[in-house]
Unconditional design. Structure first.
Length: 156
């Protein structure tokens, strides 16, 4: 990646129900295409995420969360400014959590200047289940929110 680029990382396992929501958001953004935007789907392992966090000027990550909130609830965290709450990403089906990767990048001085995480509360994480309807609707909303942020980011 080149400095100045923007990156969207959709995290999750599409075979585990709502855990695949991050990757769905990535696919929706990728289908629209935008100059200077790279969109990737990622399993969520901390070491791999750390590599993607190095280089781009702005990174948006999207992942499922399991905090007990209503399924489809969207949370936004500006992790370039504050730590990511462990209650949202403290455990993971990806091994080390997204929070671990973010805080490791911060400690190593590799966190992008702009780093935002969108978490979508899931309902079901069982193998073989489809996305819950409310999570699918939230995925579209998050894709729109990221599009809006990127528009303002490039014009502001």
């Amino acid at each position: 990646m080149q400095s100045g680029d923007c990156l969207v990382i959709g995290i999750g396992n599409p075979h585990r129900g709502d855990d695949g929501v991050g990757r769905l958001v990535a696919r929706r953004l990728d289908a629209q295409g935008a100059a200077g935007l790279l969109v990737v789907e990622h399993a969520g392992d901390a070491a791999g995420l750390l590599e993607w966090l190095t280089g781009p000027e702005a990174v948006y990550l999207v992942d499922a969360s399991k905090t007990g909130k209503r399924p489809g609830t969207i949370s936004r965290f500006d992790v370039a400014r504050t730590e990511l709450p462990r209650v949202t990403f403290g455990c993971s089906t990806h091994g080390l959590s997204v929070a671990d990767a973010i805080e490791l990048a911060r400690a190593l001085g590799r966190l992008p200047r702009r780093c935002v995480i969108y978490a979508i509360e899931g309902r079901r994480y069982d193998i073989g289940h489809a996305l819950s309807p409310e999570v699918d609707a939230a995925a579209e909303e998050v894709a729109n929110l990221i599009r809006d942020e990127l528009r303002h980011y490039h014009t502001g």
